[in-house]
Design a protein around this ligand. Structure first.
Ligand SMILES: NC(=O)C1=CN([C@@H]2O[C@H](COP(=O)(O)OP(=O)(O)OC[C@H]3O[C@@H](n4cnc5c(N)ncnc54)[C@H](O)[C@@H]3O)[C@@H](O)[C@H]2O)C=CC1
Ligand SMILES: C[C@H](CCCC(C)(C)O)[C@H]1CC[C@H]2[C@@H]3[C@H](O)CC4=CC(=O)CC[C@]4(C)[C@H]3CC[C@]12C
Length: 361
């Protein structure tokens, strides 16, 4: 019944559909949206895995394009019912210039909004980030906070600044009249640190551990807690939001939702060890903590080296003053807003999420 041609009439566009999260959103849509007729996957770099999806009942259209190019975005959006905008430049390591980060994250989002308005697309889901809230430059902890928890969200780094600006644009666009006279309905999802199959930094830590003879050194005190969320659950939230936006436009339009699941609150390193431990790595004697002053010194040195070497080569290690501050500040989310507003329940338990991630690492 759900597979009959008459029930399949929706066209979805996923920007950034070949990224870590985007690929999971694409696959989740194909599994969980029976009304899907066409799925457009828009990305700067298309993945070869898209080919295998083209043999199913849904028309999968791969579009190689750039969100900073308004005409390319408008052509991809035209005729789509829903846009899930996950494309973004995720860079907290100084690989790209601040200008490029703004161009992709802010101008790219403006282009997506304007394309929806011009072409008459009514539903827009934006992948924001916990980073639009914090940790802030003052290093204030955010402990078991929700979408309404007061917090001084002040940033200096281009990545959180650009995500915050883009999120604001998306929320302000809610209610704008689109071509044809109907209103645009938008909302933003704010994942905390995402993990799961395809999480490149996890693999980087794994290889670093192997190079150090199977050991990793604790840099962050175990008492600093972070919320993390499994990529499959983040993808599921995107699909659910997209499905429910039409029916619940008055409630959900212009809203933000943290992405959460049953993953435990732990420090960044202890959480990673949930996967790296079973893969043969160990965190050396947990009482031996690299002193904070030494980390700060190394982080500052890395930033200086990055600046000095810039004309010759790109030096962009994981440790810099910004990543150290993020890793060293508690940021945990405790909310049920997504459940209240659109009936979200995690699709993958913590055990499932852990097993799938270990298998991938
Ligand atoms: N990875 C994480 O822990 C978190 C990610 N996010 C957000 O989730 C979204 C997806 O992030 P990830 O999947 O982790 O990153 P990713 O880098 O794996 O995926 C981003 C995708 O966007 C594409 N893209 C970049 N610039 C583009 C452009 N100019 N035009 C078209 N496509 C372009 C890339 O080719 C890539 O496939 C981003 O918006 C990010 O800000 C939010 C919270 C946490
Ligand atoms: C790379 C950091 C850990 C290295 C610290 C060291 C060297 C001392 O071990 C990562 C710590 C926290 C991560 C960020 C966090 O999960 C929130 C994020 C949200 C996003 O939207 C994008 C990614 C990220 C900024 C994530 C990036 C890596 C960390 C800084």
């Amino acid at each position: 019944m759900a597979d009959s041609a008459e029930t399949r009439k929706l066209v979805y566009l996923v920007t950034g559909g070949c990224g870590f999260l985007g690929e999971h959103v694409v696959r989740m849509l194909l599994q969980r949206e029976p009304r899907l007729y066409e799925l457009r996957v828009f990305d700067l770099h298309l993945g070869p895995w898209l080919e295998e999806l083209k043999t199913g009942p849904v028309q999968v259209t791969a579009i190689q394009g750039d969100v900073t190019q308004a005409h390319e975005v408008a052509a991809a959006v035209a005729g789509a019912h829903v846009v899930i905008h996950t494309a973004g430049l995720v860079d907290v390591f100084g690989r790209a210039s601040p200008e490029t980060i703004y161009e992709v994250n802010v101008q790219g989002t403006k282009n997506v909004i304007e394309a929806c308005v011009q072409t008459g697309t009514r539903f827009l889901v934006y992948t924001s980030s916990m980073e639009v809230v914090g940790p802030n430059i003052k290093g204030h902890p955010f402990y078991r906070g929700n979408e309404d928890t007061p917090y001084e969200a002040i940033h200096r780094h281009p990545y959180p600044c650009s995500k915050a600006q883009a999120e604001r644009l998306v929320l302000e666009a809610n209610g704008r009249k689109v071509h044809g006279g109907l209103s645009l309905v938008t909302c933003a999802l704010r994942p905390t640190g995402i993990y799961g199959e395809g999480h490149q930094i996890m693999r980087d830590f794994y290889h670093q551990g192997l190079r150090l003879g199977g050991r990793l050194f604790r840099a962050i005190p175990a008492s600093v807690e972070h919320s993390r969320v499994y990529v499959g659950n983040v993808a599921w939230m995107h699909v659910l939001v997209a499905q429910e936006l039409e029916q619940r436009a008055a409630l959900m339009g212009g809203q933000v939702y943290f992405c959460y699941d049953e993953s435990p609150y732990k420090s960044y390193e202890d959480f990673n060890m949930e996967f790296l431990g079973p893969c043969g790595l160990r965190l050396v004697d947990t009482r031996l903590l690299v002193p904070y002053w030494l980390l700060m010194l190394l982080a500052t040195l890395n930033a200086l080296l990055q600046w000095l070497l810039r004309p010759l080569l790109l030096y962009a290690p994981l440790l810099n003053p910004y990543t150290l501050a993020v890793a060293n500040t508690t940021f945990t989310v405790s909310t049920n807003k997504a459940q209240r507003h659109f009936g979200y329940k995690p699709l993958f338990s913590w055990e499932d999420s852990r097993t799938r991630t270990i298998r991938w690492v």
